[in-house]
Design a protein around this ligand. Structure first.
Ligand code: FE2
Length: 514
């Protein structure tokens, strides 16, 4: 167990134990939790605590794992109900025992995670119970059911906030993700859980108090359905992620040289994105964009993909069509709309001499610039048919520095050096302060050629080389791709810098079609 995690869990457990013991000594269990089945009031209160503990055990039995690693279950409902009925002491003890999961009993969970899982419920339940009790004491009697509802919602909010904070901190430390990333990644589901279950919890408590303990059982079904729906949402998301990963693996598997390439590019891209503090949505776009960036290579023949040595101009044209082909393949999947610019523009150069659209500087989508650096580093440090010996980390880093401001965004190269991928690699740092890219004569010429090609494509359908070189290429049928901006068929006069570097002029620059 990492030292930081040890400190964190020790702190959580100490805090929770202190809160539970202190509250137990100072605040008695509220008799409203009594079941009303025994003549002895103390026994009846104890029966109530046992009843809510069993309910919480059932709610905790089948947690749902969220994408960032936190576990969500429906025990917030039974704990908030316990806070309303029995106060902080009852809620603390119910949380302590009721949070036991099947994984703990079967020994599948390390002991320190078991402690942490109980601590992140006990402390919030005690504090939430105190808040509920105090607010109910102030306004409950005057406002009747509305007062108890307001008190329960206030307590549930405190419980939710503390539970999310403590859980996210533990996950953040144990998985080395930033706290912000964990909280923001899973917050929508936490929030939905809180919004859906908090009022239900109050209703359960209210029904129990006014009707009887058996009325609580009527709420078990909706809570169970809620848990099932949450599980299904997560499952569908996982299935989508796994399908995308399988698709990427299928593309990589076409060549022995690129096995695992997309997954490594995905990991490097996301790490750069984290260093650059990109939003959760952007990190997710990098995840899927990283996996799918070379999906367009489906339209590239094996003879080109695996060719040792340099490509001819025609072969290079076919290879360079893959970002556009990839974007066209993904275009019908609306869920992947944020990944489209990444896939289409991951070979644009910072100085405007990349492809397919010869975008320059900030014109290139930021996430595509990130992926370009990740793609290049991965490609340089792996063997390829045209370069059997991979570059060392130092050599690859030197290339990134050398081409910063030319091929790569210098700020993104800087960010890459702060990821763990660059750990232990000698880095000379920026050679000079980067300047904004200046339009080159060749680039201006390229843009004029593109404009001419656009007109030509509009007037003469069917001459697009991308369509001609790949019979099933969607570029031939997708209006957006044949609008004349696809240079795959028109911009391979062999003059632009990306082609030059690919043919060895600036070797060993990163392979632009990696
Ligand atoms: Fe690529």
């Amino acid at each position: 167990m990492p030292r930081s995690l040890k400190f964190e869990i020790t702190g959580l457990v100490a805090l929770s134990a202190f809160a539970l013991l202190a509250t137990s000594l100072v605040i008695q269990v509220d008799p409203r939790i009594a079941l009303g089945v025994f003549a002895n009031p103390q026994l009846d209160i104890l029966a109530g605590v046992v009843f809510w503990t069993v309910m919480t055990l059932l709610a905790s039995a089948l947690p749902v794992r969220m994408p960032r690693g936190t576990l969500v279950n429906t025990s917030i409902a039974t704990l908030v109900a316990t806070m309303s009925l029995g106060g902080p002491t009852a809620a603390g003890w119910v949380a302590l025992i009721g949070a036991t999961e099947l994984r703990e009993l079967s020994g599948r969970l390390p002991w320190y995670y078991t402690l942490a899982n109980h601590a992140v419920l006990v402390f919030p339940a005690v504090v939430g119970g105190v808040v509920t009790r105090e607010i109910a004491g102030m306004i409950g009697a005057e406002l009747g059911p509305f007062g108890s509802f307001a008190a329960a919602m206030a307590g549930a909010t405190v419980f939710f906030a503390l539970n999310v904070a403590m859980t996210s901190l533990t996950v953040s430390i144990s998985t080395s993700q930033s706290l912000r990333s964990v909280v923001r990644g899973d917050l929508p589901t936490f929030f939905a859980n809180w919004v859906a279950l908090s009022p239900l919890a109050w209703l359960m408590a209210f029904a129990t108090y006014t009707v009887g303990w058996w009325a609580t059982l009527l709420f078990a079904l909706p809570v169970w359905i809620m848990r099932g729906a949450l599980h299904q949402i997560i499952e569908i998301r996982q299935m989508f992620t796994q399908t995308v990963a399988s698709l990427a693996q299928a593309v990589d598997a076409r060549s022995d040289w690129t096995s695992g390439h997309s997954q490594r590019v995905q990991l490097i891209s996301v790490d750069i994105g984290r260093v650059m503090r990109r939003s959760e949505k952007e990190l997710e776009a990098l995840e899927w964009g990283g996996l799918l960036h070379d999906i367009g290579k489906i339209g590239v023949p094996d003879s080109v993909l695996d060719k040792p040595g340099f490509l001819t101009r025609e072969e290079r044209a076919i290879m360079n069509a893959h970002p556009v082909i990839g974007a066209n393949i993904i275009a019908p999947v609306t869920k992947l709309a944020p990944e489209l610019p990444i896939i289409r523009h991951h070979h644009e150069w910072y100085n405007g001499s990349g492809y397919p659209d010869r975008l320059m500087g900030d014109e290139i989508p930021a996430l595509a610039r990130i992926l370009h650096v990740a793609d290049a580093f991965e490609a340089m440090t792996a063997a390829r048919p045209y370069r059997l010996t991979p570059l060392t980390g130092e050599q690859a880093m030197a290339e990134l520095r050398k081409f910063a401001g030319i091929q790569f965004d210098p700020e993104i190269v800087d960010a890459f050096t702060k990821t763990h991928w660059a750990a232990g690699i000698n880095d000379s740092g920026r050679a000079t302060e980067p300047r904004p890219p200046v339009p080159l004569l060749a680039q201006a010429g390229g843009r004029m050629a593109q404009a001419a090609a656009a007109n030509a494509a509009a007037n003469t359908a069917g001459t697009n080389l991308a369509a001609a070189t790949a019979g099933t290429n969607p570029a031939g049928t997708h209006p957006a791709a044949t609008a004349g901006t696809n240079p795959a068929g028109t911009n391979h006069a062999g003059t632009h810098a990306a082609d030059a570097s690919a043919e060895g002029v600036t070797a060993p620059a990163p392979d632009p079609a990696s």
